[in-house]
Design a protein around this ligand. Sequence first.
Ligand code: URA
Length: 250
Amino acid sequence: MLEKLRIDKLLSHAGYGTRSEIKKAVKAGRVFIDGVKVKDSGIIVQPNIQIITFDEEQVHYKSTIYLMLNKPQGVISATEDGRERTVIDLLSDEDNLLSPFPVGRLDKDTTGLLLLTNDGQLAHELLSPKKHVDKTYEALVLGEVNESDKIAFEQGVTLDDGYVTKPAHLVIFEGSQSDEGPCTRIQLTITEGKFHQVKRMFLAVGKQVVTLTRLSMGPLHLDTNLPLGKYRELTDHEVKLLKQHRGTGK
Ligand code: URA
């Protein structure tokens, strides 16, 4: 993969300061690409093939990107689509330069935590059925959700295609109201990622999910400060937790 990105973005990712600090450093003549002094902090650089120096020291750049998106309704979890808006359309051009992709899928009408990265190995391991990564969802379910549903989900329910789900943990909160009538607010933690799994699990017990939000995936929790449709980079700590979770500790 031949990466391209702005020199100020690269340097700020690499820990050389904020964008405005880097702009000043560029103006002061401290940054070079292949031995040529950089004049514009917005210049696009190819770190795989160009040598970047800051104060005469070579910059070692990490080319991976990890983003947490609070997915809104109405966009699909894909990198491109002929007709629909995708989660990639929500990213800035600069962040798209590193070609992140969504780790797994949320339905078009599901909101909440979606990890986007270009770290294929991490994505593969987080999605591997063998790893049993927990995913917790919050939902409004039409009608009353009760203890017998909780027991059914602990034991496994049979989906419309005959698949029996792995044990899942249901927490039942207070009753609520939706446009479609009285509802129950719940949280469900599953360790699998079958197509429409949460909705189909409720259908298996004769109930309908009205709204669905993902709150967490393994050790990664949706940042409650992120408005719908917004995203941020994961902190180093969050990346570390995710990598440890897949068992390599890298
Ligand atoms: N389960 C669903 O039914 N939909 C999602 O988007 C995620 C989990």
